[in-house]
Write a protein that binds this ligand. Structure first.
Ligand code: LMR
Length: 340
């Protein structure tokens, strides 16, 4: 019998919510940490939401997932954050109407992310890996990392995978291939209307041959590129209009995909988008959390350098950088402390 992996402790905040409902099942079935990794799930939400959280706990136990060794549902952050190796931060307000911008959520969510940063700092393992979904996610990730100085900045990421998955879904449907055949779709910037889904170097594998999407589409590429960009940018609002609620299942799948790639790595020559701390690459402001194409080896991401860009892409990156600086200042003002 092979030696069993050590049990890991994984936290989901906002555990009574819709995203958590989907994400907990994906994790319990091994979709984030692999089919051999046993785990304990810590679920955290507010005291008034313990009913829904307890329901999820019971369902997880009832699903008899072999990897799931325990489920702890609590409204006590000390219990929830204790010794965790991985955190999915989903708690806080979400957009409910399309006339709201993600930016408008700073007022409700900035303090929550200050507190979660403090809890990570005090109770989580120092190698804890964090994925933030709560909007505006780049800036909530910044705040959280800022208040957890004992955990390396590189261990904080925000959701970028949802926009990538949306784009990949659309390219695959246009070319009538499986999403598994699409490679190197890039997302730049902020998870806001300023993001730039960039398919200029995206490729597709057909009959074991890799071809650029631009080669296949030829003259149609310019139109397709504009259309793809618009539809990915507006997709979150489109879903709110259709469901009366923000995206849930696709958001859960996205953060799960992001964590899986972070742990297992990316194959040679394959990049995925991740929202990570900026080192100034591509002329972005240092220290904000920005979505870049990354490659991942042995649990460590690195920003892919040298991607050529046209003027549209350049100006979108510049705009996102400025927007993220404004978001950062608004969040700091909301917290009301001068030291962030
Ligand atoms: C999304 O893109 O679906 C999420 O960011 C939720 C939202 O507010 O649009």
């Amino acid at each position: 019998m092979s030696k069993e992996e050590q049990i890991i402790r994984v936290l989901i905040t906002g555990a009574a919510g819709q995203v958590a409902y989907s994400l907990a099942g994906l994790i319990a079935c091994g979709m984030a940490f692999g089919p051999k990794q046993p785990l304990i799930l810590n679920l955290l939400d507010l005291p008034e939401k313990t009913g829904a959280m307890e329901g999820l706990r019971m369902e997880l136990i009832d699903s008899a997932c072999p990897l799931l060794r325990d489920v702890i549902a609590t409204s006590d952050p000390v219990v929830a954050f204790q010794d965790i190796s991985y955190a999915f931060l989903l708690g806080g307000e979400r957009r409910r109407q399309i006339d709201m911008k993600r930016y408008d959520l700073i007022a409700s969510n900035a303090r929550i992310f200050k507190d979660q940063g403090l809890c990570l700092d005090a109770f989580a393992r120092k190698d804890c890996k964090v994925v933030v979904l709560t909007e505006p996610s780049n800036t909530m990730c910044y705040i959280c990392a800022e208040y957890a100085p004992s955990i390396p900045r590189e261990n904080f990421t925000a959701n970028a995978r949802l926009d990538y998955n949306r784009a990949v879904g659309q390219i695959a449907s246009k070319l009538k291939v499986s999403t598994a055949n699409i490679r190197n779709m890039i997302i730049w910037g902020n998870h806001s209307d300023s993001m730039y889904p960039d398919c200029s170097v995206a490729s597709v594998v057909i009959n074991n041959k890799t071809q650029r999407v631009s080669e296949i589409l030829g003259e149609e590429m310019i139109y397709f590129r504009t259309q793809l960009c618009e539809s990915v940018v507006k997709r979150g609002a489109e879903i709110i209009t259709a469901r009366g609620l923000s995206s849930s299942w696709s958001a859960a799948k996205a953060v799960c995909d992001q964590m899986r790639d972070w742990i297992t790595g990316t194959p040679q020559g394959i990049m995925v988008p991740m929202t990570v701390v900026s080192d100034g690459s591509y002329g972005t402001p240092k220290e904000i959390f920005f979505t870049f194409p990354v490659e991942i080896q042995r649990g460590r991401w690195s920003i892919v350098r040298g991607i050529k860009m046209d003027e549209v892409c350049r100006s979108k990156i510049d705009f996102s950088g400025k927007e993220l600086m404004q978001e950062k200042m608004a969040a700091v003002a909301e917290i009301g402390e001068g030291n962030v």
